[in-house]
Design a protein around this ligand. Structure first.
Ligand SMILES: [Zn+2]
Length: 117
């Protein structure tokens, strides 16, 4: 096994999502207006809405909805990314304990984490 995704999923992701690699996008909280700035490392799907939590910075204890700017608003270029969406490699995937997260990855989803240097 060289990938946790099916060939069909990989093909679909490559066709639909490769243009986003390297792009920066913003998820803005509807409750506290905090902006989560994320760079897109790999081909894959990202959510339209995230639930604000402490690891994203901004207001503590906020659990507002953070809505994607949709990769279209060029204003996002004014922001420095603090997080990244990435696809883990096979060994990291194998160590994941969350079955819903693994299913998300098999469907072409990406994982959000603080920016790695
Ligand atoms: Zn918030």
């Amino acid at each position: 096994m060289t990938s946790f995704m099916s060939e069909d999923t990989q093909k679909w992701i490559d066709e639909k999502c490769s243009a986003r690699v390297g792009m920066v996008n913003v998820w803005e909280c509807q409750a506290c207006e905090h902006k989560l700035v994320v760079i897109h490392r790999h081909t894959g799907v990202t959510p339209v809405v995230l639930i604000h939590n402490a690891s994203y910075g901004g207001a503590e204890d906020c659990s507002g909805q953070m809505v994607s700017w949709g990769y279209l608003n060029l204003t996002q270029l004014a922001y420095e990314p603090t997080h990244e969406f990435y696809r883990p490699d096979l060994s990291e995937y194998a160590k994941l304990e969350s079955e819903p997260m693994k299913a998300h990855l098999r469907d072409g989803g990406l994982i959000l984490r603080p920016l790695q240097q």
